[in-house]
Every structure is written in C-alpha cells, then in structure tokens.
Write a protein that binds this ligand. Structure first.
Ligand code: NAD
Length: 441
C-alpha cells in the first residue's frame, strides 16, 4: 500500500518505519525542514532504541522516504496518517490546529478516494470535524478514520510491530477493510483488531491513558500515606500487584508521571467532559495528585537540608521522563531542577540521552556531566529521577567516597536501603519505611 505519514515525531517516525518494514511504500512528511534534512542525511532526530536500524534498512530498500512536500505526500498515498502534535492549549484543551491544517491540505489535493487516518491523540468529535473540513473542500470521495496509537516511548518499535491491540474507528466500510489489511501482518497470532465507531476509538485512547495515569497517582497517594503511618509502599505494591484482578503494571510509586501524553491527555479529557457538563472527578484527582507528587523529591531534599539550599550541590541522575528516551516533556526532573535552582542549590546532572534537550532549556544554569559519577562528585545529595539501567545498581562505595554528604534521594525506589544504611548513607525513597524503624519494628 502507498502510505503518507504527516508529522515525523515519536509516533510518525516509528509508524512510518514500521509500516515500510512490512513492505509498504511510505513517505513521511513534516513542516520541520531541519528534521527532514537530518533524516535525509541518515540522522535520526530522536532517541528510540532500534529506530536507526529500522529506518536505515527501509530507506536503503527504497520503501521509506522523507520530505517537506506535504501535498505530494498526500497525492501519492492511498492512506494518509496524520501524526502531528496535539499539544495542550492554555485552557487545557488539545490544540488541534496542526490536525486541521493537514485536513485542509488533504481536502485541497485529493484527486481519488483516499483515507485520512487520525493517529494523533485527539478529542472525541475530531474525526467528525475533519470530515466537515475536507467535505467543504472537495467533491472527491474520501473516508476519515481514527486509529489511535498506543506505543510507549523507549519500547516504541516492539509496541508498534507487536501491538496488544489495534483500534480502528470508522463508519466507512472500505476504509475499515483497507486498515484491517494494512494491520493484518502486525497481529498474525490473534485477532487483536477492534473495529468501532470513530468517537469510541477517540475515547479509547484517552481512557487508556487516564486509567494508567490513575493507577500511578493512586499508588503515589498511598505512598505519602505509607510514609506517615510507617508502612512500605514497595511491600504494598507487591501485595496488591500479585492480585490477578489488579496486575503488577503501572503500580510503582515515583516522582510523578511526565511525558508528552499522560499530562496533556488527562487535561484534554477533563476539558472535554467539562464541555458537556460532566466533572470527571477520578481523572481530576489523578492530575492533582501528580502535580503534588512532582514536588515530593524537592520537598524531601529541603526537609533534609533546610529551605535555603545556597552552597549545596545536588546531583541529579536522569532527566528524561522515563528511561530509553530523550523526551523531557513534563519530566519530573524539570520540577526538581526548577525548585533546586530557586532555593539556591547548584545542580549537576547526567542523563544518557536527554542532556541536549535540557541544555536547550537551562543553558549553563545546570552543569551537565559526561558521566553519572561526575554529577555525584562533591555533591551533598544525589537524586535518582529516571531509572536508566546504568543508575540501577551503581558502585555505592565509590559514591560514598566522592560525595560531600552521603544523602541519597531515590525517586524510583530502586536502591537497597538496608545496604545503603550499612554503608553510612542517609536514604529516602518514595513511600518507603525508614531502615531504622524497620529494624526496630
Ligand atoms: P512530536 O512532537 O514528536 O511530533 C510531531 C511532529 O509533527 C513534529 O515533527 C512537528 O514538526 C510535526 N508537525 C506539526 N505540525 C505539522 C503540520 N501542520 N504538518 C506536518 N507536520 C507537522 O509528537 P509525538 O510525540 O510524535 O505525538 C504525535 C501525536 O501522537 C500526539 O497527538 C500524541 O499525543 C500522540 N501520541 C504520542 C505518543 C508518544 O509516546 N509520543 C504515543 C501515542 C500517541
């Protein structure tokens, strides 16, 4: 099939590379000329494990191309995927201007039946609005479908190539069949394609993200309680996560969720519900807890050293909102850095992939170090924000030697608190029972 992918970000690039790997002819287009130039030079503008190889292989085979010519991309395609950004507007709603721009171009240039597929995360009713825009511009038959994307950054290739499920929302039989055919090789082992109406497909995406974010906030809320009443959230997590009705995923207490999806999608969902006179209270609570949770790490550091952190050096390990990505959008590390700098601390940080993105925001206000131990060298405190593999089991004896004060703030509950206490560290996790209390209790 001839496919056009408009928007070559985390979703568009992975989708374009993935579809081409299954033998489709794919053209990826973007308004960002710099990004396209880099892609045409063989550079991948984002960090996503396995993506370089997938792109190189399919470009060499002539099945994957990159361009800024959006009109031509739409003209050559049977199916056009819209994977542009839908960032939050000031009022919390999703900014759909890029989606509508693509819809207008689609309406202006189509000369035969084509399918417009919305892969971006968009509020319920967007497919209807896109249909209205395109109908106003052409008499050529076309269809609109919603095909939300569920990939996770960091594991995007395997999520895309072996999806848990594919959701296709369209009222047009021909479009449904084309999309089912396109996705059939991705779901060979079982029937995991769910065909539904566009509104249900649009809501499914928001529902999935809201459910996952709510699980995280629920555990983060309990983590605060656990600390106050002398329980350990890690034990609680294992205790509830092994209940098969609950399951173990998305139950880790931490520094609050970030990323380009959960925060903006929850706020867009709340906005959408408000518009039809329904207060989505569970989702609102998940958002409020997350906002509070992002301040837990800086609050712990201030509780330890005092509100005034002038003269203190804080090392930060991990800046991306999660491991295996360079994406720092809404990362809890940003709140931590802002609060530390505002309190007068010197911040030294390391991340395997996200440092260029942090440098673009903070310039020289944050010292970015070549390796993790450089960030801890001479530090009064070390905070773990993102659980990259390299940070999971560090050489604690070395840390003890190089840090000025041995205070560890483990935002991911990764580190062995008993061993750390033996080594002479002060350790604080999220919702964890202090070691002394555990021994006495
Ligand atoms: P991104 O910001 O990485 O990429 C968006 C791309 O769209 C950018 O390259 C931008 O230049 C381009 N663009 C913007 N306006 C355009 C236009 N008018 N024409 C052509 N290109 C245009 O965003 P992303 O993370 O890939 O997300 C895209 C959509 O997919 C969003 O709606 C997001 O919510 C959704 N989504 C993202 C993820 C994820 O993990 N990142 C997962 C599932 C769904």
């Amino acid at each position: 099939m001839h496919l056009g992918i408009i928007g070559t970000g985390y979703v568009g690039l992975v989708a374009g590379a993935g579809f081409s790997d299954f033998g489709n002819d794919v053209v990826c287009a973007d308004v960002d000329a710099g990004k396209i130039e880099r892609l045409n030079r063989g550079e991948v503008p984002i960090y996503e494990p396995g993506l370089d190889d997938l792109i190189t292989r399919n470009e060499k085979a002539g099945r994957l191309k990159f361009t800024t010519d959006i009109e031509e991309t739409i003209r050559q395609a049977d199916v056009v995927f819209c994977a542009v950004g839908t960032p939050p507007a000031a009022d919390g709603s999703a900014d759909l201007s890029a989606v509508y721009e693509v819809a207008k171009t689609f309406g202006r240039v189509i000369d035969r039946y084509k399918v417009f597929v919305d892969k971006s995360t968009v509020p319920v009713g967007t497919a209807d609005k896109v249909r209205e825009i395109v109908s106003g511009l052409t008499k050529v038959p076309f269809a609109v479908a919603s095909n939300p994307e569920f990939l996770k950054e960091g594991a995007a290739i395997s999520d895309f190539m072996k999806p848990d499920r594919v959701v296709i929302g369209s009222d047009d039989e021909r479009a449904r069949e084309m999309l089912k055919q396109l996705y059939a090789p991705f779901v060979r082992t079982a029937d995991r394609i769910h065909v539904m109406d566009p509104r249900s497909a649009e809501l499914t995406k928001y529902a999935a993200n809201a459910m996952l974010a709510t699980r995280i906030s629920f555990m983060n809320d309990l983590a605060v309680l656990a600390e106050k009443i002398g329980a350990d959230i890690e034990s609680v997590r294992r205790g509830v996560g092994t209940d098969t009705r609950i399951g173990p995923k998305f139950l880790f207490a931490g520094p609050g969720y970030g990323g380009s999806c959960f925060p903006k999608d929850l706020s867009a969902l709340v906005f959408l519900a408000d518009q039809v006179g329904h207060s989505l209270d569970v989702v609102r609570a998940a958002e409020a807890v997350n906002k509070r949770q992002k301040r837990v790490l800086p609050s712990k550091i201030k509780a330890h050293f005092g509100e005034d952190l002038r003269g203190k050096v804080v090392g930060v390990w991990g800046l991306a909102f999660k491991p295996e990505t360079d994406d720092i959008r809404e990362s809890p590390a940003l709140v931590l850095i802002d609060e530390l700098l505002a309190a007068g601390a010197t911040v030294k940080a390391h991340d395997p992939e996200a440092m260029p993105n942090i440098r673009a925001i903070y310039g020289d206000k944050v010292t970015l170090t070549d390796g993790p131990y450089d960030a801890a060298d001479g530090a009064d405190a070390l905070a773990l924000v993102t659980e990259w593999h390299a940070f999971r089991a560090p050489d604690f004896a070395r840390l003890k030697r190089i840090m000025r004060t041995a205070a560890l703030f483990d935002g991911r509950n990764m580190w062995p608190k008993e061993e750390l206490a033996r080594l002479g560290f002060t350790y604080q996790g999220i919702g964890r029972r202090p070691v002394a209390a555990a021994q006495n209790g």
